[in-house]
Design a protein around this ligand. Structure first.
Ligand code: ATP
Length: 369
């Protein structure tokens, strides 16, 4: 186990050729990581989420030592690891594309690290232990080569290879994204079991929020090479630091409406008003109002904000409907219990839970309430 720290880590890539002796001009530069500070505590799994291209994989590769930062450094248990080769860092990595050696049987893949380090005598015991951990049916995969395995089976072998090494740090880069939906859920459960059993420090990069919640003790939300917020999922969900996090986290994400504060101290948007704002906001302040689909109710008594229902999507597993509505010209998603009778192309009246309405400073994005 280890505590991992990234300190002011910056990483540049270049659009054309990789830089030689002459520094390329700044406009050629892509800032993949922009002064990232992050601590992954001993034994915890940190999920890293963010839109495509925000730097998740780069962060992972830098922690692994597969890339070198242009600024800042990484420590394992307080030790600066810049001169420690990836193979000597005690990490187990599972990638999206499995990265197994196709010409080797699964058991050879699992044992390869030990062969490489002249520790062949450990292989049989390691393979036995790991098969037991991987559970029913795994031993049937041991004598097969990756091209003869399904995607899910390959990923199990890749995970087994990773845990056989008894790493102090697990690194996962979208390990489930090549699997179909059912297998994803099953493999997710398996990974969760393994992570809980080992209590090894881990970093889990994913596009999938559900996966991030299921596997991460905390999540880090990234945007454009920066970390916007870190915390347990519920904290981030309840108290998003800014508009970006609010709109990114949540299934489905928060609705946001742009507006300003009027001379009566009300929030005024294009299509509705909201009286209940903080006293320290001033006339003319540009403020976004946010409310999650699950914190909106449909009123039957004629009160509330009129919204036109464009589409009703059943969420069977949650016994709910997701309504795609329009308040004026602004889209607003609403989640209602399946028992609420509502049809497309009708107009409903919406009320927001005042305790769950968020306000954000449009200029800085910061949450105000
Ligand atoms: P995704 O979710 O799509 O995998 P990501 O969040 O993992 O994206 P990264 O792969 O870390 O993002 O990339 C961060 C930025 O760096 C992107 O703008 C990407 O285009 C750029 N980048 C990554 N690798 C290279 C490279 N080898 N050469 C040039 N640019 C790169």
């Amino acid at each position: 186990m280890a505590t991992i720290r990234l300190v002011n880590v910056t990483k540049y890539y270049y659009k054309g050729q990789s830089p030689g002796i002459i520094e390329p001009p700044e406009e050629e530069r892509i800032v993949a990581l922009d002064g990232v500070n992050l601590e992954v505590r001993e034994g915890e799994t940190m999920s890293v989420v963010g839109p495509s291209g925000c730097g998740k994989t780069t962060l992972l590769r830098i922690v692994a030592g597969l890339e070198h930062p242009d600024g800042g450094y990484v420590t394992y248990d307080g030790e600066d690891v810049r001169h420690v080769q990836p193979g000597d860092r005690g990490i187990g990595i599972v990638f999206q594309n499995y990265a197994l050696y196709p010409h080797m049987e699964s058991q050879e893949n699992i044992g390869f690290f030990f062969r490489l380090h002249k520790r062949e005598d450990e292989i049989p015991e390691r393979v036995r232990t790991v098969s037991k951990i991987m559970g029913v049916g795994f031993e049937h995969l041991l004598s097969r080569k990756p091209p003869t395995l399904s995607g899910g089976e390959r990923q199990r072998v890749a995970v087994a290879r990773c845990i056989a090494r008894d790493p102090r740090l697990f690194l996962f880069d979208e390990p489930l994204s090549n699997l179909d939906a059912r297998l994803r859920v099953k493999t997710r459960g398996e990974l969760k079991r393994i992570l809980a059993r080992y209590a090894t420090t881990g970093i889990y990069v994913t596009h999938d929020q559900q996966e991030a919640i299921a596997l991460g003790d905390r999540i880090a939300v990234m945007r454009e090479g920066r970390i916007e917020q870190v915390g347990p999922y519920l904290d981030v969900y309840r108290r998003p630091a800014n508009l970006f996090v609010a709109e990114f986290i949540g299934l489905p994400p928060m609705n946001t409406f742009y507006g300003y504060i009027n001379d009566m101290g009300e929030w005024v948007g294009d299509d509705f008003r909201w009286p209940d704002v903080r006293p320290d906001l001033h006339e003319g302040d540009r403020v976004a109002l946010g409310v999650r689909p699950e914190h909106i109710v449909i009123q039957g008594n004629g009160a509330g904000i009129p919204a036109y229902v464009e589409l009703v999507e059943p969420l069977f597993s949650e016994r709910a409907h997701l309504l795609y509505t329009k308040i004026g010209r602004t889209a607003c998603r609403v989640r209602v219990p399946a028992s609420v009778a509502v049809r497309a192309h009708e107009t409903v009246r919406l009320t927001f839970d005042p305790e769950r309405v968020y306000l954000f400073d449009i200029r800085t994005g910061r949450r105000l309430s």
